[in-house]
Design a protein around this ligand. Structure first.
Ligand code: IMP
Ligand code: MG
Length: 182
């Protein structure tokens, strides 16, 4: 897998250090509130598992899956819920945990949907943010983010290209010829 990458953008230790910082920040902000951390499958799974373990207060865990890029590297702007939460969230403090914010369509849609279900609050925690790529008219912002990155397609630590590379323990930039051949 390493040979398919042009470079490693974020190494294992750098990621783990930042995740621990985010966990400590969330623990301070949510003490006494027992938030529900919503993992957006599948991309956020590594980040979510590490983040939850870095938060030393009571939290609830739940999972959602939404439609994503498929095998393409650009967002369609359409979002579809493929798997919904297992419990109601009315009155609960919700933190959406996502791998990456790109066009912003996914998180804009999800925060609206979860707020409309009567959550006491809805905040966004994304590992990566690509602010340059935000679609026109999208105003949603990440309340918590790990790293800001440029306009590059990245894989690893949960992020995929065509379902591959999610199991890399670090984040790298895929060589363009890997997806240009498709
Ligand atoms: P958005 O709705 O355009 O913000 O897209 C968010 C989703 O697109 C993420 O949850 C990822 O699944 C996917 N995505 C965006 N950029 C990348 C990338 O660089 N690598 C892998 N997946 C990405
Ligand atoms: Mg995703």
């Amino acid at each position: 897998m390493r040979n398919d990458l042009a470079k490693i953008l974020l190494g294992e230790e750098e990621i783990q250090k930042r995740v621990r910082e985010l966990g400590a920040e969330l623990a301070r902000d949510y003490v006494g509130l027992e938030p529900t951390l919503v993992c957006i499958l599948k991309g956020a799974v590594m980040f979510y598992a590490d983040l939850c373990r870095a938060i030393p207060i009571q939290v609830n865990m739940d999972f959602m899956a939404v439609s994503s890029y498929g095998n393409r590297t650009k967002s369609s702007g359409e979002v579809e819920i493929r798997k919904d939460l297992s419990r109601p969230i009315d009155g609960r403090h919700v933190i959406i945990v996502e791998d990456i914010m790109d066009s912003g369509f996914t998180l804009s849609y999800l925060s609206r949907v979860l707020a409309s279900r009567g959550a006491a609050s809805v905040k966004i925690c994304t590992l990566l943010d690509k602010p340059e790529r935000r679609a026109p008219g999208i105003t949603v912002k990440a309340d918590y983010f790990g790293f800001t990155i440029g306009n590059e397609f990245v894989v690893g630590y949960g992020l995929d290209y065509a379902e591959r590379y999610r199991n890399l323990p670090y984040i790298g930039v895929l060589r363009p010829e890997i997806y240009e051949n498709n």
